[in-house]
Design a protein around this ligand. Sequence first.
Ligand SMILES: C[S@@+](CC[C@H](N)C(=O)[O-])C[C@H]1O[C@@H](n2cnc3c(N)ncnc32)[C@H](O)[C@@H]1O
Length: 244
Amino acid sequence: MRQGPTQTQSITGTSVAESWKMFDRIAGRYDVLNRVLSFRRDVAWRRFLYERLPDGCGLKVLDLATGTGDVLLGFAAAGDKVAAGVGVDKSAKMLELGRRKVERRGLTRAVTLLRGDASALGVRGESFDAATMAFGIRNVANVPETLREIWRVLKPKGRVLILEFSLPPNRIIRGLYLFYFRNVLTRIGAFVSGDRHAYRYLNRTAEEFPHGEAFCSILRDAGFKNVRAHPLTFGVATLYEGNK
Ligand SMILES: C[S@@+](CC[C@H](N)C(=O)[O-])C[C@H]1O[C@@H](n2cnc3c(N)ncnc32)[C@H](O)[C@@H]1O
C-alpha cells in the first residue's frame, strides 16, 4: 500500500504526526548514523541542494525539518549565496545539537534555528527566496498543507527544493538497495541509536512515500511551476524543485 500524502497512521509504533518525538530520542546519534549509513552521500546530496538554489547572492533561505541544521551549515560552507538562513524543526533535542554546531562554526548571526511546525510557520508571507526541506516532507502529517505553507512564505518566483528518499528505477540496483535498506541499515540504526523503532520507521516511510513523477504532481497540485525531479545516486534519493 502506498502512503497517501495526508496519512497519519501508526508505522511500526511511531505515527508520522509524532515522528519528531522519535528524533528527540535519537538526536545524539543522528548525525553520525546519517554519515555512516549513507556512506557520506548525504553530504553530497545537500551540496547539490546548494547548487540548485536560485541564482544570486544574499539569499534568505528557510530550511524546514532542519534537524541538527546540516542543510544550512552546508550552505554556509559551500559559498556565499545565502546571507541568512532560518531553520525550523519540531524536535527540541535536534535543534539543541544544531545550535551548538552553529555556535562552534561562528555562524550565529547568519543561521537561526527555531522550534516550530513546518505546516504552520507563523511567519509573514513572501519572506524567503528559497525554502528547503531535506528528508523531512515524509515526516509531516499533512503534505499538501505543508506545501501550501511553503508557497505562502516564498517570495514571488521563490524556489522550493525538497530532498527525499526514492527508489532506484533499475530493478537490480533497487533489489540490492532494498536488501541493504531493509536488513542492514535498520539493524545498524537500531543498534547504534538504541531505538529499534526509529530505523524501521525510516525504512517503511521511505519506501512508501510517493516519489518521482508522483511527488512532482503533488508539487504541481500545490501550485508550483517548472517542477523537476533530479534523481541522485542511482535514484536512492531525489531532489525536487519548483518555482512559485
Ligand atoms: C530525517 S530528519 C531530517 C533532518 C535534516 N533536514 C537533515 O537533512 O539531516 C527529519 C526531521 O523532521 C522533523 N520534523 C518532523 N515533523 C515535523 C514537522 N511537522 N515540522 C517540522 N519538523 C518536523 C524531525 O524532528 C526531524 O528533525
